[in-house]
Design a protein around this ligand. Structure first.
Ligand code: UDP
Ligand code: MG
Length: 309
């Protein structure tokens, strides 16, 4: 059994894996404690598996799970956590944007008694202003809607104590975002700040579409607000309609003309139908989520493992 399990999702990372291994292993060896690196090859189509097989052959601490296709980073992190045997699990990206030195600082905090240590990005290189803005918006929106205490400028680069890993693994939902799950389980949490460099090679896999899907997986399982909001909205429009009707009757009785009323009708109907359709759409997303839960398909499929039973 290792003391530390480093979990690394890898999707088409042929350009970074060796560099990651060469930077991470010497850093962890300075601890003089046992560790394993679990690479989860998330259905890569480049030479990722070939490189991982070479690393696994030369070093038994390197363990590999290869997915049958691309299931996404969150599924890869889940798989890595399920395979991990360590007393502490550290999730890191393969592209060295999450530095081994910061991981060692996280271990220091863990030894002080913290059960979750977040890597908090002080600065971020190579990220567009759009990506930073949308990330900030996502975190503040998620905090507001779900009531979960999700820290800003924090991604999946974290250390988890075994107790936290077990708690997260006991959560069975299909739509999952490790960041919201970590906030939901609680425990004693702290931060280590770091300057996030650009990825060492290759390019980011996250498109706006993937980010939106991720945001959905973070928000939907943690709130019923989207389902109850239409009730409040319905009440508001109900009262507003009655108020309009009364005003209309009173003005008519007083003989006051207000010829412009019909001009308001079209935009009002347009606004109300837009809001109704959005509310219906949110309900549909919840229905789709429930459908995925009922289907209960596996969250990923492993095609091959190396150095793992
Ligand atoms: N990744 C993955 N599956 C995917 C997309 C990404 O396993 O479908 C891995 C990727 O190889 C990397 C980590 O998740 O190790 C973070 O991805 P990336 O660097 O592209 O994201 P960014 O840092 O740009 O947010
Ligand atoms: Mg990256």
């Amino acid at each position: 059994m290792s003391k530390y399990s480093i979990v690394v999702p890898a999707y088409n990372e042929e350009a970074t894996l060796r560099l990651f291994y060469e930077a991470t292993v010497p850093a962890f060896e300075t601890l003089n404690e046992e560790f394993e690196i679990i690479f989860v090859n998330d259905g890569s189509t480049d030479r990722t598996q070939e490189i991982l097989a070479e690393l696994a052959k030369q070093d038994a601490r390197v363990k590999v799970c290869r997915f049958s296709r691309n299931f996404g980073q969150q599924a890869a992190l889940l798989c890595g956590m399920q395979q991990a045997s360590g007393e502490a699990v550290i999730a890191m990206d393969a592209d060295l944007q999450d530095s081994p030195e910061t991981a060692l600082a996280m271990i220091e905090k863990w030894k002080e008694g913290y059960e979750v240590v977040h890597g908090k990005r002080r600065t971020r290189k190579g990220e567009s202003a759009f990506k930073k803005r949308t990330a900030d918006l996502f975190y503040s929106l998620t905090r507001k809607i779900t009531g979960l205490n999700i820290p800003s400028n924090v991604g999946d680069f974290k250390l988890y104590d075994r107790k936290v890993v077990n708690a997260i693994l006991s959560m069975g939902e299909h739509d999952r975002l490790l960041r919201t799950q970590t906030a939901w389980v609680g425990f004693k949490q702290t931060f280590v700040e770091f300057d996030r460099p650009e990825r060492i090679a290759g390019k980011s896999h996250y498109t706006l579409k993937k980010m939106t899907r991720l945001a959905q997986s973070g928000i939907l399982p943690n709130t019923e607000a989207g389902l109850t909001f239409p009730i409040k909205l319905g009440l508001f429009f109900g009262f507003a309609s009655v108020a309009c009707l009364i005003t209309f009757i009173v003005l008519t009785c007083l003989g006051i003309s207000f010829g412009g009323l019909t001009a308001w009708l079209f935009p009002t109907i347009g606004l109300v139908s837009t809001i109704t359709l959005i509310c219906q759409g949110i309900a549909n997303l919840h229905t789709a989520m429930i459908y995925r839960e009922v289907q209960n398909r596996p969250k990923y499929i492993i095609a091959e493992t190396l150095n793992l039973e």
